[in-house]
Every structure is written in C-alpha cells, then in structure tokens.
Write a protein of this length. Structure first.
Length: 215
C-alpha cells in the first residue's frame, strides 16, 4: 500500500472517530480475541493474542485490528474521557508502522547481503581450488613440457583469475548500489511519515476546534 493511500486511511479513521463522538447514539464497540463478558475468553484459532476493535456506526460496522500486547496476559488499556476517543493514538501508530516497515527493509537487505557474501565465498573457494589443481598439473608436467607450454598455461590461469575478479567486482558494485537505493528509500519514507504526522496534527487541531465550537 502506498503512503498516499495510507494517509487517506488514517484521515478517514480520524474523521470516523469524530463522527462517532458527535453522533446522537453511542457507537457500539466490541473486542474479539481477548476476554469478553458474553463470549468468554476468545482468540484466533492459532492461539494468538491479537485483539480487534469493532465500531457500529449507523448501518455500517467497522472492525480494526489492534496491536498485539507484548505484556503477556495484561490487556492494553483504552483511554476514554468525556465520550471522546484519544485521537493522538493515530499519531503514535504511524511512526510504529514506519519503524516496522524500515525494520523489514533492513532485515531483507541483511538477508540479501548474507546471500551475496556466501556466493562470493564460494567463488573464492572455487578459484583457490582451481589454482591448486592448475599448479599441481604444472608441477607434474614441468619436466615434460617446455617453457612455452608452461607460459601458456600460466597465461590461461591468470586470465581466468582476472575474469573471476571482474565478476566479483561487478557483484560488489550491484550490492552497494542496492544498499544505496534502499537507504534512499528509507529516508524518503521517513520524510513522508514526518509530513503525514504534521498533517494529522493540523487536522486533529482543526477537528478539536470545530468540536469545541459545536459543543
């Protein structure tokens, strides 16, 4: 999902929360996956502690997946004062999602770098083994071959080594270019997140002002 669509979803969610607070009827909220008074202790089939937040607004029902609770069985507290939802939670979730996205990118880059490193080590070992075989053949046939043949084989070995070295250099260049592109992308994503946070803060302040005027 692109950052523009992500921003639209956050703004729509903020507008929905305000609409629910300003409505005549109190929205109906429920949680799934945690302890409830009607259904007992619930959860997904895999035993996950993931919780859900369901909001009824008119004829529409909206279900939101809440972050998993890292504190074990202690559920996250939902703050509600004066019938208003805490809109600042949206601003806290956005950096967390960006951080998770950045961590995934970094982990993917580390995995790619590890694969390239293993591949380079295999090539290096192959070159070493090839050189050992070539040198052994040179030693065995040194007595029976003249100087021209030895020079020809040495030239062939050097050519192979130079070709393998060139390939290794190309691979290293590709890895560095990919790393640079990922770093630039992470920076752009961070800037987009900061811009989105500022927009959300401005919109939240405007909504609060409108709510105060209507109140």
């Amino acid at each position: 999902m692109s950052w523009d669509r992500f921003a639209c979803h956050l703004v729509s969610l903020a507008a929905l929360l305000v609409a629910v607070d300003c409505g005549a009827a109190e929205p109906r909220r429920g949680t799934e996956g945690g302890a409830s008074s009607t259904g007992g202790s619930g959860g997904s089939s895999s035993g996950s502690s993931r919780r859900y937040n369901r909001i009824q607004h008119g004829q529409c029902t909206y279900t939101f997946i809440l972050p998993e609770n890292d504190g074990g069985s202690t559920a996250c507290r939902e703050s509600k004062a004066g019938g208003q939802y805490n809109a600042n939670a949206l601003q806290r979730d956005a950096p967390q999602m960006e951080q998770d996205f950045s961590n995934q990118k970094i982990q993917h880059l580390e995995h790619v770098m590890e694969n390239y490193t293993q591949w380079l080590q295999k090539i290096e070992n192959y070159i070493k083994e090839s050189m050992k075989v070539e040198m052994a053949q040179l030693q065995q046939s040194a007595v029976h071959n003249h100087t021209a043949a030895m020079l020809e084989m040495g030239t062939s070995l050097l050519s192979q080594t130079a070709e393998q070295t060139r390939k290794l250099t190309d691979v290293e260049t590709q890895v560095l270019n990919q790393t640079s592109r990922l770093e630039i992308q992470l920076l752009e994503n961070s800037l987009s997140t900061n811009k989105l946070e500022k927009q959300l803060l401005v919109q939240t302040n405007e909504i609060s002002k409108l709510h105060d005027k209507n109140g």
